[in-house]
Write a protein of this length. Structure first.
Length: 425
């Protein structure tokens, strides 16, 4: 009824004409002339039905795969009873999701504010930290990414924020994983330190063991708020509920989104500890959003969380991650192009020998049935983030596609020159 009503050629022409010609042209140059049509589980089919792909590109949105049956059923049923809800009033479903988040988030995190997207959830985190502390300073990490709206954008790199004039004051950056640098930067002007637990755009980096405990300690010493961005790394991606659980550190604010809505309804959450609520209690209407915590989004999130918290779910993520790693050892033995990898669960940064190889590998993989993406600020890193429901045979499919792609790039070094240096995408 909705898919395949137009030919692929027509869709691409209309997209280029009415949506975004610049993007259409980059996709063409990268060999990404894919228009998702049918989608199910880990797979998406090109709209003309000729090719299918495993989606490892934005698997963190599709943790439960495309159109997870359980969430589809919950949403279909909900349409007979609820709508988006009235965002200002108290709401049964928002209360239920808030309670569930309090149970699932680390330590004494108790309150949740809901939004449609990750960037908005980050805005709330930064507003809350600034409002509560009365300070302006926000320290983020180099190569990090928290979204493309106001304060979130200000935490990021100039590649995305440089063309929009002066950013709000108070934002500064330190290298990720360097606790000495962080300790030197935090002071009595610091409202918040914001870090994505394993920064994806920086190359899925894994910090030294003492990094997060020291980040926590320095925030405590200066009463700065520690914001942990789990928009990608949370909800089982690393084989734990939250990636930060590995270090046993409780942030003041934890932000989640993407697959929270089971890939069917946009919903995100900014979850904070009790002390911060003093600010919202004084200012209960300081942040409102028409679609913040829509009732339908809450239904989707509750169904998705039921699936993620089922016994065996995290073990499955760990087992599939290990299966990938076994395959990587073999790939490294055979191809000098493979420099290594960094992995937690199914959050994988696969390191190639040089920066131009990331985009080239993305293009080669697309020809072999796998959608993946390089890390924006570390082009040598291929990000592999499949849906968490991936099965052993599908892991092997990805590994075989990597094998064929590496063989192709080894035999055709000139291919790298043909790939546009896309920089940011
Ligand atoms: N934080 C992280 C770590 C992200 O990866 C993203 C999006 O990719 C965001 C925040 C922003 O989320 P959204 O795209 O839903 O606004």
């Amino acid at each position: 009824m909705f898919i395949g009503q137009q030919s692929k050629t027509q869709i691409m022409a209309d997209y280029a004409r009415y949506v975004n010609p610049g993007r259409a042209s980059v996709f063409k140059q990268l060999g990404f002339d894919i228009v998702p049509g049918r989608r199910e589980g880990v797979w998406v089919w090109d709209v003309d039905g000729d090719r299918k792909f495993i989606n490892c590109r934005c698997g963190e949105i599709f943790n439960l795969g495309h159109r997870p049956p359980r969430v589809v059923a919950a949403l279909k049923a909900a349409l007979d009873e609820v709508d988006v809800g009235d965002h200002l009033l108290m709401d049964e479903l928002r209360a239920a999701l808030g309670k569930r988040m309090a149970q699932l988030t680390p330590g004494d995190i108790q309150y949740s504010t809901f939004s449609p997207g990750g960037a908005e959830a980050i805005e709330i985190a930064l507003k809350l930290a600034r409002g509560y502390t009365g300070r302006a300073g926000v320290i983020s990490v180099k190569g990090g990414y928290h979204g493309h709206t106001g304060f979130a954008l200000a935490t990021g790199e100039d590649a995305f924020r440089g063309k929009f004039g002066p950013m709000p004051p108070g934002f500064s950056k330190v290298p990720f994983g360097d606790a000495d640098a962080l300790e030197a930067a935090v002071n009595r002007e610091t409202a918040a330190v914001i870090i994505e637990t394993l920064p994806a755009t920086a190359g899925i980096l894994i910090p030294p063991d003492d990094y997060y405990p020291r980040a926590r300690a320095v925030c405590d010493a200066y009463a700065a708020q520690l914001i942990i961005d789990e928009v990608q790394t949370g909800l089982g991606r690393t084989g734990r509920m939250w990636a930060i659980d590995e270090w046993g550190v409780v942030p003041d604010i934890l932000v989640t989104g993407k697959s929270l809505g089971g890939s069917l309804y946009p919903v995100s959450a900014t979850c904070h500890r009790p002390h911060l609520d003093a600010f919202f209690q004084k200012n209960p209407f300081i942040h409102v959003a028409s679609f913040g915590g829509s009732a339908l989004g809450c239904v989707a999130a509750l169904a998705a969380l039921d699936q993620i918290t089922e016994p065996g779910f995290m073990e499955h993520v760990q087992t599939m991650g290990e299966r990938f790693e076994q395959g990587f050892h073999e790939l490294r033995r055979r191809y000098p192009l493979v420099a290594g990898w960094r992995r937690r669960g199914l959050m994988i940064g696969f390191e190639l020998a040089e920066p131009r190889m990331g985009p080239a590998m993305v293009a080669a993989l697309a020809q072999n049935g796998v959608l993946a993406i390089f890390a924006n600020y570390r082009l040598s890193t291929l990000q592999i983030k499949p849906p968490l429901i991936i099965q052993p045979g599908e892991v092997d499919f990805v590994l075989e596609a990597m094998d064929r792609s590496l063989a192709f790039l080894t035999a055709h070094p000139e291919f790298v020159e043909l790939i546009p240096q896309v920089g940011v995408m």
